[in-house]
Design a protein around this ligand. Structure first.
Ligand code: CTP
Length: 401
């Protein structure tokens, strides 16, 4: 996204009671320099650090006070204030506001507005380093990240309280960069895309498992491609050593059963499901919690089938666009068509995993996409990022029909 992505965007800037509140003035100016229309909301404690008048003068808009009767008038009511907002930023965000939002507390203008938001929220924490390390604060941040809130980690350095540690409000450039990346844009703005990626692991004992060579690259590339088109992305990943796209929320899972649970939990809010994960088809009937000594190990392991997640999904109420994958070594098309029908998919992406430049662990892939109407699109060997982009184009095209 270019530097001017903020041009004409309506930004809600929440300022809370940290000594770094004065830095919000600079952030406001930078947002305005980029053409954003900024509406500021302050907490009572923020107003003790920087005056409301400063923000009112600079934003050329009334800044609601804390008391409801102060500002509850047509056009700036506590819900109205979030109308038409493209993105919200809380900078600086204190441990207090993080805790309140994580707990669903709405006891002043800012918290009420943040709970009523219908757009991405970015938080830039600033606090004492010991507070930032506090397990409750960590838990609140982790919880909010799981709900899609983006955090700009504070920097390390000398803090206002005289100590040195992590807690300084992040550099304004980094804050604006995250804000820009989180800005909804593109054809999938307003849609939630659920992507699964990577292998699953089915434990045999504490140190051994059944799995497959999937690295998660295709699924992670799809998550990035969906986010680039403005979607809210939930990425459910089995063990993978990749960095998730910055703007996706990641849920890490281990077994097929964990993945199934996570998919079913997220499904009600998903408009599109892309099952790119290489889900293990088998699991040991018995799992040992400790390491089996080799002298005591059985010579064969009894296996049972794991649940087929897509089949379970097809029986769930509600409509969503479902994309499945078919990893094959033989009869690629016939098997893919069968899976499309059996799993009630809207689109299937089939690949021959033995083909040069395709399949597990490579940076490239070559696939054939088949839709319900029987239309077929072949993509030659290209990077997984390009393949992901073409798959998203196809999903958007089919969804419009
Ligand atoms: N899949 C699933 N749950 C499983 C196994 C697979 O939801 N337990 C999904 C995969 O994520 C993929 C599609 O089903 O989108 C097809 O997976 P694939 O491994 O190609 O086929 P299987 O259904 O496992 O069938 P087979 O092993 O017979 O090819």
């Amino acid at each position: 996204m270019g530097r001017n992505a903020l041009e004409g965007k309506r930004v809600l800037l929440g300022v809370t009671g940290s000594i770094a509140a004065y830095k919000a003035v600079d952030i406001l100016r930078r947002l305005q320099d980029r053409g954003a229309d900024v509406r500021v909301v302050m907490t009572k404690n923020a107003a003790r650090f920087v005056s409301r008048l400063t923000f009112e003068t600079l934003s050329r808009q009334p800044v609601p006070g804390v008391e409801f009767q102060d500002w509850e008038q047509p056009g700036i009511g506590h819900i109205d204030i979030t109308d038409g907002i493209d993105i919200a930023l809380v900078a600086p965000a204190t441990a207090n506001i993080i805790g309140k939002i994580a707990s669903g507390i709405a006891d002043d203008t800012l918290t009420t507005a943040l709970l009523a938001l219908d757009c991405p929220l970015v938080m830039a924490p600033a606090m004492n380093d010991r507070m930032y390390r506090n397990p409750v604060v960590r838990k609140n941040i982790a919880f909010l990240k799981g709900t899609g809130v983006l955090f700009v980690e504070p920097g390390t350095g000398e803090l206002a309280c005289g100590t040195v540690g992590q807690g300084r409000l992040a550099d304004p450039d980094r804050i604006l960069e995250t804000l820009t990346a989180a800005l909804p844009s593109g054809e999938l703005t307003g849609s939630t895309v659920l992507v699964t990626a990577g292998p699953t692991r089915e434990p045999i004992d504490a140190v051994r498992f059944i799995s497959n060579p999937s690295t998660g690259r295709m699924g992670f590339a799809l998550a990035a491609a969906a986010a680039a088109r403005g979607a809210r992305v939930m990425l459910i990943a089995g063990p993978a050593e990749l960095d998730p796209p910055k703007t996706a929320c990641i849920i890490k899972v281990l077994t097929a059963a964990d993945m199934s649970r996570a998919v079913l939990e997220q499904l009600p809010s998903a408009d599109i499901l892309i099952m790119a994960a290489a889900v293990s088809d088998f699991k040991p009937v018995q799992t040992f919690p400790r390491k089996i000594k080799k002298q005591e190990a059985p010579t064969s392991i009894e296996l049972e089938r794991t649940e087929d997640i897509l089949t379970t999904v097809s029986k769930q109420p509600g409509r969503r666009f479902v994309v499945g994958f078919a990893a094959e070594t033989d009869d690629l098309l016939a098997n893919a068509v069968k899976k499309l029908k059996d799993k009630n998919l809207d689109l299937i992406v089939a690949n021959d995993v033995l083909k040069q430049g395709a399949g597990f662990g490579t940076d490239t892939n070559s696939v054939i996409m088949l839709d319900r109407a029987g239309a077929r699109t072949e993509l030659p060997v290209m990077t997984k990022a390009e393949i992901a982009s073409r798959i998203m184009d196809k999903v958007i095209e089919l969804k419009k029909k």
